[in-house]
Design a protein around this ligand. Structure first.
Ligand SMILES: [Zn+2]
Length: 304
């Protein structure tokens, strides 16, 4: 890890100073969901690149030298926040040597600032390997919270480029309207999901399940980022059978075998879902992601 950081710093030090002022506002986002939102808001004014492609575990995105280079040249960085990107973003920002995007700088755009956060711990303690020290950071899977993220990005861009505030606000309003219409549709489509109990691999579905009236029954992981023990799995299976849990979700970046075994031995349906846009070829946009997840869950319950 330390060696990689030294390499990153060395590469960035060798970069030539940016030649002239780039025409477009340069934006780096951590995940494709944020890239899509930022393009909706920034339109022709922005040039957006995402670090993750959507198939990764947000808590374990692998650092690459090119990410430090991207961050070195960017005007702003847009992130989920709530320490979701703890495994890679702070080190990459350090290595980028770009004062505009340091945590306390205006170019550090945290998309979670207006979002109501669930599972906020009463004390901060990483000793158990907790990946969620600030509360549950998987806010992107709830489209209503997605609207708050859009507002945070629009305000963040306006803070850095006040001359374009009207454009950002107009575009954000149009996209929010689009999201509002989709949310009405998703609520109707998700009617069969009401009251259904769900087990997921990692506790990243809570905002999605809460939005559509499902019940989070438990996780295959013992705690966020802590692998299950055989005793935990046995206990989970027993409790799932008693409670007649109908759905097991494997987020696609987690191992398949165990989720499959648990679904089989409890009679639950196994559903494989992406945790970000880009996680499956059918879900390249943020709206496409929610569309896909709602459709797959409904299909598991209704069989169609
Ligand atoms: Zn997590």
């Amino acid at each position: 890890m330390r060696r990689l950081l030294l390499v990153l710093v060395a590469i960035v030090a060798l970069l030539p100073a940016a030649a002239g002022a780039a025409k477009k506002i340069q934006v780096v986002t951590t995940i494709p969901d944020l890239a899509d939102m930022t393009r909706q808001i920034g339109g022709d004014l922005v040039d957006v690149t995402s670090i993750a492609t959507g198939v990764e575990d947000i808590h374990a995105v692998q650092m690459k030298p090119k990410f430090a280079v991207m961050l070195n040249r960017t005007d702003v960085v847009v992130l989920m926040g709530l320490e979701a990107e703890h495994a890679f973003l702070p080190a990459l920002i350090d290595a980028s040597r770009n004062p505009k995007i340091r945590r306390e700088a205006p170019g550090y755009i945290d998309a979670s600032v207006y979002v109501p956060v669930l599972e906020v711990p009463t004390r901060l303690d990483r000793s158990l390997g907790d990946q969620h020290p600030m509360g549950n950071p998987h806010i992107n899977l709830d489209p209503v919270r997605g609207k708050s993220m859009v507002r945070a990005i629009a305000d963040g861009l306006a803070r850095n480029f006040p001359e374009h505030t009207a454009t950002f606000q107009r575009n954000a309003a149009a996209y929010t309207k689009e999201l509002d219409a989709a949310i009405v549709r998703w609520q109707q489509e998700a009617a069969p999901l009401k009251g259904k109990k769900v087990v997921s691999y990692h506790p990243d579905l809570i905002y999605l399940t809460e939005r559509f009236g499902m019940e989070n029954f438990g996780t295959i992981e013992q705690r966020p980022g802590i692998d299950p023990t055989p005793a935990h799995v046995a206990d989970l299976i027993e409790r799932m059978r008693q409670a007649k849990v109908e759905i097991v979700v494997r987020e696609r970046h987690y191992p398949a075998g165990l989720a499959e075994t648990i679904a089989k031995s409890t009679g639950a349906k196994l559903v494989e879902l992406p945790a970000m846009a880009g996680g499956v070829p059918e879900a390249t946009t943020y709206i496409g992601l929610i569309d896909y997840n709602v459709r797959m869950l409904v299909k598991a319950v209704t069989g169609s």
